[in-house]
Design a protein around this ligand. Structure first.
Ligand code: G4P
Length: 542
């Protein structure tokens, strides 16, 4: 089942061929953290279940704003974890599940080549899964599906398949099929290998303890699963007629998803998922730039920044920019061109993130994610290459839907406020607008929890004491026009609704959808954009 990547990767380059870079997407509570942990466990990156959660808990204890995560049971930040499974080097990019942080998730998805979608068998397809799926569809990201919590009484498997096909508009190809569910969950039948894997509950059950049977007609099937054996035979017959066979090509084009059933908390079905994942998921794929497509097998190094995170480790108070390598080999000490600012930078202390630790990386390959120390010069969307002036595309900024004005309690802290907001905006934690008519700080968010996190971080990390007041805006649209005269006229007509974003792009912030509608109809020469690419200033001449 292994994919053909020979077009992009020179045959001798096993380092690229054995890399897999993916993210897990799910609605909160479906089991993403649990599945992550089990994958790391199988990859030997952690020794004990509970480590990922414990790591999160450790962070909560040291940082106030993480307290928000704990109180609300959400995961706000995303991080990168590397582990090795069989001969594969796997980069797992964690994404916040809560919809209020979906912008961050969208950006992380620009850096992956594949995704695993976790669905709760009790709840079926949920809101956030739908949204994330739309992003994956836009990029044609290949997706594997894991239907979790089969140890609970949930929806009928055929109904879940129908739910996914209908609501997520992707063809399903089940590779395993559950036998019973809840208290009567007996295991899964592997449709392609024609074997049954028996379920035995309990956190620490490793797959080697589990019994397998040969073939759907094996009489032992009846002994172990009782009447469920016949249900399975019926289901398989139905599936045979109704569902499409697995197609590697359709999967790689994001048109079909192979489906697995299991129970992450019980380690069940995870090994099967991982084994299939490493075999069928693409090795690093080509990435688009404004001028051409970059292939991972190219000799020269290139990569882009998809995330910036400040104060990841409160003990270090550092700012890390996460760079996805797209082509060439990275060696510690390499000098790269930082194209947006037109400067050469030597990367002395690149960081690689293992499950529990970070370490200095000596070399890295396409698909890998490295952390670079950021002293305020790096922004999301920035491209680094050895020489060629490239700019990778597809890293969007979404128009905020919620607005607040920040008011300082003590005017003496205005320097700290500017510094804090600059850094948080740089991270993409929140968007900042400065109205053309006054000096207000207007924050824009895609989800309201971003405001809470921003305020908590301003307080704990920058010692800023401020409050929010209402801002009279309903939405934002970046404006542009090829008609400079009309644009100037527009700016004179509506200064009260205009503001500059953090990168000096002009945005129209009307007080209602209705106003946007009538204004945009009256000004056909002006373009109103709901998204903008992260960096849209012109490339400096080389
Ligand atoms: P998330 O990252 O997608 O938000 O989900 P997470 O893994 O934190 O799992 C959400 C809840 O679902 C957790 O319970 C977790 O233990 C449970 N869970 C995960 N996989 C399975 C499974 O296969 N079967 C069952 N029955 N439950 C599962 P919790 O009570 O919220 O947290 P905890 O106290 O167990 O940590």
């Amino acid at each position: 089942m292994t994919q053909d990547t020979s077009v992009q990767i020179p045959p001798e380059n096993d380092e690229i061929r054995r890399r897999r870079t993916f993210g897990i997407i799910s609605h909160p509570d479906a089991g993403k953290t649990t599945l992550t942990e089990k994958m790391l466990l199988f990859g030997g990156a952690i020794q004990m279940a509970g480590t990922v959660k414990a790591r999160k808990a450790g962070r909560y204890a040291t940082s106030d704003w993480m307290e928000i995560e704990k109180q609300r049971g959400i995961s706000v930040t995303s991080s990168v974890m590397k582990f090795i499974y069989r001969d594969f080097e796997i980069n797992l990019l964690d994404t916040p599940g809560h919809q209020d942080f979906s912008e961050d998730t969208y950006r992380v998805l620009t850096a992956v080549d594949c995704a695993i979608m976790v669905i709760d068998s009790v709840k079926g397809v949920e809101m956030q899964t739908k949204k994330l799926m739309e992003v994956c569809r836009m990029r044609k990201t290949p997706i594997l599906t894991f239907i979790n919590k089969m140890d609970r009484d949930g929806l009928f498997p055929l109904d879940i398949i129908e739910d996914i096909e209908k609501n997520l508009k992707i063809q399903c190809a089940p590779l395993t099929w559950p036998v019973g569910m809840g208290k009567n969950f007996r295991g899964t039948y592997n449709i392609y290998k024609n074997e049954m894997t028996m379920f035995s509950g309990g956190q620490e059950t490793l797959p080697s303890d589990i019994k397998t049977l040969k073939g759907v007609d094996d009489p032992e099937l009846d002994i172990y699963t009782g009447s469920y054996a016949n249900d399975l035979r019926d289901d398989l017959e139905l599936l045979n007629g109704a569902s499409d066979p697995f197609s590697l090509d359709k999967f790689l084009h994001g048109e079909q998803t192979p489906v697995f059933f299991g129970s992450a908390i019980n380690n069940f079905g995870v090994r099967e998922l991982l084994d299939t994942f490493v075999e069928i998921a693409p090795s690093p794929i080509p990435k688009e730039t404004e001028t051409r497509i970059v292939y991972p097998g190219e000799k020269d190094f290139s990569g882009f920044i998809f995330k910036i995170q400040a104060n990841m480790d409160p003990a270090h108070r550092d700012r890390i920019a996460f760079l996805r390598i797209c082509s060439g080999k990275f060696t510690r000490g390499i000098t790269l061109k930082h194209h947006r600012i037109g400067k050469d930078v030597t990367i002395h202390q690149p960081i690689m993130f293992m499950a529990q630790n970070r370490s200095i990386v000596e070399e890295a390959w396409p698909g890998d994610i490295i952390g670079i120390h950021n002293h305020g010069t790096i922004r999301i969307g920035d491209t680094f290459t050895e020489k060629e002036p490239l700019r990778f595309t597809g890293i969007p900024n979404f128009a905020p839907e919620f607005f607040k004005r920040v008011v300082l309690k003590s005017p003496l802290k205005s320097k700290q406020l500017t510094k804090g907001l600059t850094q948080l905006v740089e991270e993409g934690a929140i968007q900042l607008f400065r109205p053309v008519l006054n000096n207000d700080y207007i924050l824009g968010a895609v989800g309201v929890l971003q405001f809470d996190v921003t305020m908590a971080r301003l307080k704990s990390e920058y010692a800023v004491d401020a409050v929010y007041t209402d801002a009279p805006y309903a939405l934002a649209r970046w404006i542009r026009s090829s008609d400079a005269k009309k644009l100037a006229e527009f700016e004179r007509k509506y200064p009260q609704y205009l503001a500059w974003d953090s990168e000096e792009n002009l945005a129209f912030l009307p007080d209602s959808e209705w106003r946007l509608k009538i204004v945009s109809e009256a000004w056909p020469e002006i373009e109103f954009h709901a998204t903008r690419e992260c960096v849209n200033s012109a490339l400096p001449e080389n």
